[in-house]
Design a protein around this ligand. Structure first.
Ligand SMILES: Nc1ncnc2c1ncn2[C@@H]1O[C@H](COP(=O)(O)OP(=O)(O)O)[C@@H](O)[C@H]1O
Ligand SMILES: C[C@@](O)(CCOP(=O)(O)O)CC(=O)O
Ligand SMILES: [Mg+2]
Length: 348
């Protein structure tokens, strides 16, 4: 049996624009998905994922129910739910050159689904690591990141960047621009996350931005302007001492850029009334800055605040179902079964 975990992430800057080649800075956070894999003697794949719920299915009884009810779950719902795990299994079979390998897979995750914290990337990264190790193949974190990207790219109909999967596989703060992925030496930033209980459909939201970008030059300019914000932000990070607490000046400047980034994402149509209300609650709670994180539509915002004020303000905001401090995850994908021959920290 092999067990692997991988972290979720928040975007300091740059989601959506990263899909069109602009840079982005996602940061891995200490909320992890854990995948347990047991190889099988046949080529079947059996998945237990208790955090995953499906809305709407039909159960048909005909005559005796000895063989159990015939559950008719609409195909698209199953595909949406299972696509990422399926794609991770395909990648692991390919990496181990074992096209007929079968697995019993259990997924457990502390990352809310579809909420912009990269649950899909964490599940795919941890799944590829656990399944390849179960087949006796040990991939390094960069290769897991690459295969996880290919899996997300396939599931999201060709609309995915390398950002989420690279951050999850490597841990820490990273910078992604097209195929160029690298670690960023940044001070530990005081992230606070607010969750509205909702979710967004990544594929649909990315398609919406793509359509606007094709329709209006000013929407294409907006995407480029997000890239400018990221470039400005990474200059600030590069000037800071990664070993020290971030200075107030740095937090002020990063916060201003986060606020601007949120405004541009809002203009591109990927925010929502509840995300905006959490962003404003964080700002009135004294955050240095706040923005939505990930695809948007519903889910999470991220704010910068070293004190408890933003978290408290969010907790008292109607529509906020959870508010928590998100520590930077310095380790990306890792074995949880004592069979690890590497961690991304050692490799970095
Ligand atoms: N705990 C889990 N168990 C099984 N699948 C999961 C789990 N968490 C996430 N997933 C997969 O990831 C999808 C959500 O990914 P996505 O829409 O990209 O949002 P995000 O990555 O922001 O959480 C789910 O529909 C599901 O397919
Ligand atoms: C919108 C996007 O930039 C980030 C999506 O993040 P998430 O899946 O919502 O956590 C898409 C991508 O980079 O693949
Ligand atoms: Mg995702």
């Amino acid at each position: 049996m092999t067990v692997s975990s991988a972290p979720g992430k928040v975007y300091l800057f740059g989601e959506h624009a990263v899909v069109y080649g602009e840079p982005a800075v996602p940061c891995a956070i200490e909320r992890r998905a854990t995948v347990t894999v047991e190889p099988r003697d046949d080529d079947h794949v059996r998945v237990v994922a208790e955090d995953l719920t499906l809305d709407g299915f039909t159960v048909e009884y005909s005559g005796s129910t000895d063989s159990g009810p015939d559950v008719d779950v609409p195909r698209p719902l199953v595909q949406a739910a299972m696509g990422y795990i399926d794609a991770a299994v395909d990648q692991a079979r390919d990496a181990a050159d074992a096209p007929d390998a079968g697995f019993d897979i259990t997924v457990e995750s502390a990352i809310p689904l579809g909420a912009g914290l990269g649950s899909s990337a964490a599940v795919v990264v941890a799944g590829i690591d656990a399944a390849t190790r179960a087949l006796g193949v040990d991939l390094d974190p960069e290769e897991i990141a690459d295969r996880a990207y290919r899996a997300e790219h396939e599931v999201q109909d060709g609309q995915a960047s390398r950002a989420d999967t690279f951050a999850s596989a490597m841990g820490g703060a990273v910078r992604v621009e097209g195929d160029d992925c690298r670690a960023v030496d940044a001070p530990a930033l005081p992230f606070v996350v607010g969750f509205d209980g909702g979710a967004g459909d990544t594929g649909e939201l990315v398609a919406g931005v793509r359509a606007l970008r094709e329709k209006y030059d000013f929407a294409a300019d907006t995407v480029e302007a997000i890239g400018d914000i990221v470039r400005e932000g990474e200059t600030l990070l590069a000037e800071a001492d990664p070993e020290s607490e971030p200075s107030e000046d740095l937090l002020d400047a990063l916060g201003e850029l986060m606020d601007f980034n949120h405004g541009l994402l809002e203009a591109l149509g990927v925010s929502s009334r509840s995300l905006d209300s959490l962003v404003w609650a964080a700002r009135s709670g004294d955050a240095y800055g706040a923005k939505l994180t990930g695809a948007g539509g519903g889910g999470c915002i991220v704010a910068l605040d070293p004190t408890d004020e933003t978290q408290t303000a969010l907790q008292y905001t109607p529509g906020c179902v959870d508010a928590f401090r998100a520590e930077l995850a310095t380790t990306g994908v890792r074995a949880e079964d004592g069979n690890d021959t590497k961690t991304s920290e050692e490799d970095a």
